[in-house]
Ligand binder design. Structure first.
Ligand code: CP
Ligand code: NVA
Length: 327
């Protein structure tokens, strides 16, 4: 498998075999790290990490992974560079290509990271856009493979706002990997019809299925993975909270949903999650709307079925695999 020089912008651009290869490479790199075997063969290389939105996991994963591989990193924060204000994406791409061997980009529209990749002469990795979050997908697949031992045939149900980066990416991932994807939410929050059709066409070749339902009990019955994400994503206005809470509270991941899932079912969440009052936004929402938990109850989040912290750790191992494979 040779992915050298490839961009990593969305999983739609990769074959089933290429995705499997990246997950297996991540498992191997994780094993080596746990056994204290260094893989620092990328010494002398440098990567640029552009974040136009905030991050804990993705930033730390790119930095730690790059350092483990022997590389240097430069972090460009949401306000501290010329990008988008005084300098175009095309010019930024060409400037950074002269100094770095790879560029990570987190920001708004998918077209921005695609534009960056078009003009960059080095691999570009998507660290999240409004539409897709492909590095998160590899971490989720690794977590699923570690728990179940396989990926093909896994039934994954996504609850919540299924129109955004996480549900889009999970639907594509399931289609590519022969997994069964269900978006279980209010029809207003179903994924984009065009992407659904594209995924159904891929699914027809891999044995995957794509289902949209607003019935919680039907959507969670005997599934292997229940997945959710925040109801309001980065970059969305504060005003949407009231409507989201009203519409999505019936699709909160709670004990009844988990109990309805399969015996070995797990709970996954890309994080950060609103499951208690220990955050500023959590407290603010409770004062305004009187609820103390949002997309997932604290009971499920803290339960043994919840693998969210294993999943978060796997961000680092999988991002390391993406950089190692494409550089
Ligand atoms: N899951 C995820 O991308 O987390 P961060 O926003 O902290 O990077
Ligand atoms: N949908 C979320 C994902 C965060 C990892 C957001 O875009 O804010």
């Amino acid at each position: 498998m040779d992915l050298k020089g490839r961009d990593f912008l969305k999983l739609l651009d990769f074959t089933t075999e290429e995705i499997e290869y990246l997950v297996d490479l991540a498992a191997d790199l994780k094993d080596k790290k746990k056994r204290g075997i260094p893989v620092d063969t990328f010494r002398g290389k440098n990567v640029a990490l552009i974040f136009e939105k905030t991050s804990t996991r993705t930033r730390c994963s790119f930095e730690v992974a790059a350092h483990d591989l022997g590389m240097g990193t430069t972090y460009l924060d949401p306000s501290g560079s010329q990008i988008g204000k005084k300098e175009s994406i095309a010019d930024t791409a060409r400037v950074l290509s002269g100094m770095f061997e790879g560029i990570e980009y987190r920001g708004y529209g998918q077209e921005i990271v695609e534009e960056l990749a078009k003009y960059a002469k080095v691999p570009v990795w998507n660290g999240l856009t409004n539409e897709f979050h492909p590095t998160q997908m590899l971490a989720d697949l690794l977590t699923i493979k570690e728990h179940f031992g396989y990926m093909k045939g896994i039934k994954l149900t996504y609850m919540g706002d299924a129109r955004y980066n996480m549900a889009n990416s999970l639907m594509v991932t399931c289609a590519k990997m022969g997994m069964h994807f269900t978006a279980c939410t209010s029809p207003k929050y179903f994924p984009d019809a065009k992407l659904v059709e594209e995924c159904k066409a891929i699914a027809a070749t891999t044995g995957a299925t794509i289902t949209l339902t607003d019935d919680v009990m039907a959507g969670t019955k005997d599934v292997d993975v229940i997945y959710t994400d925040v109801w309001v994503s980065m970059g969305e206005p504060d005003e949407v909270w009231a409507e989201r809470i009203h519409d999505l509270l019936p699709y909160q991941v709670n004990k009844a949903a988990m109990d309805n899932a399969g015996d070995k079912a797990i709970f996954l969440h890309c994080l950060p999650a609103f499951h208690d009052l220990d955050t500023k936004i959590g407290k603010d929402i409770q004062e305004r709307f009187g609820i103390s938990e949002m997309e997932v109850t604290d009971e499920v989040f803290e339960s043994e079925k919840s693998l969210v912290f294993e999943e978060a750790e796997n961000r680092m191992h999988t991002i390391k695999a993406v950089m190692a494979a494409t550089l």
